[in-house]
Design a protein around this ligand. Sequence first.
Ligand code: NAD
Length: 394
Amino acid sequence: MAPRQKVEKRMDAEGVKYTEAEFLDYYGKKKGAKLWDAAGEKAEAPKAKAKAKVKAKAKPKAKESKPRKELKVCVCGGAGGIGQPLSLLMAMDSNVSELSVFDLNIAMVPPEGVAADLSHIETKCKVKGYVMEVGKNPIDYTEECLKGCNLVLVPAGLPRKPGQSRDDLFKANAGIAKGIVEACAKHCPDAILALIVNPVNSIVPAMAELYAKKGLNPLNIVGVTTLDCVRANKFVGEITGKNAKFINVPVIGGHAGATILPLFSQDKTAASIDKEKIPDLDKSVQDAGTVVVTAKNGKGSATLSMAYAGARLGSSILAGLQGRRRVECAYVKSDITDLPYFTSKVAFGEKGVAKVLPLGDLSDYEKTRLEEASTALKAEIETGLAYAKENDLA
Ligand code: NAD
């Protein structure tokens, strides 16, 4: 078996480790290349001095490590198909000290039951369940549940049914998202809200604009598109026979149909695939959600892979909050293209979104697809913006 390829990471001046591609993304091409080289030299220097040091007495080093923050997370819709496995994965994250599981009294199991179940796993995390009667307003019932939260993951909402239009799904889910976002604006206004509820392309602009109208940071609203990256990595792994864990295909644009644009040219393994195979591979990432909806025969959409993907993004956001910056693709307010909301690589830091990163180089195929994706995404963003114009948070 071929040895595992490990991607080299080097430390920048802030003590954050990046791959070469991430250095270039974060600092820009020219400066990034310089800093990458400088970081390499620094890493080499101690080796040269190592011999001389052997005889020297080891002095205890004064370590300047910041104390770890105690972080609180809430999963809204935490007793649902995505919510339960997502709550499990978040309870297992060593950054999470407290977990709130919030859901309605009509959920498939009471959220208190999910919490009781999770409270027996061997982690330090304290888990508590909160239930609300259907039809009530979350802002009035979530004070204890949300107070002190650093991250709120939102898989609350109806899953898409076969044949259902995105507009119908938006009508059903925008009200649910608004109620939760309104409650967060009141009880945990500094928390990062990771919205999983579909249609993400319209829900995120709607909720971020409502946040901005209220005087809050619209970049605290983050659309979860990680599943597209997870799928792209997996499919590339299957075609090339390489381990998907070491494949990192950025998926940009949006989070539905043609708006999903995997940049296969930007991953070394994916870039080795025959150019003729790329359009089909691209389509298989776009259609992967529908494949799951059809296979579940009207009984739901992706839940387990979605929980995995949501936890990957959630854990990266929490690591960022702890001061260990992470880069993930996410759908956020953006000025890197002509569209006001866009999925691209985003660096997460101590305050949430630290920087929305540029797209980087695109192949000719990807450039053409970018036009198609942008046209479709524009209309879906407008649906969200129109909703925000007509509504306000309490
Ligand atoms: P589900 O029906 O199994 O779970 C949804 C849960 O939300 C239920 O338990 C329900 O009681 C709860 N809920 C509804 N309104 C609520 C409210 N106001 N407050 C608190 N909880 C509330 O559905 P699911 O399969 O878990 O999917 C959830 C959402 O995630 C859907 O909108 C689906 O389309 C979306 N989704 C997104 C992605 C993505 O990649 N972003 C992938 C798959 C599914």
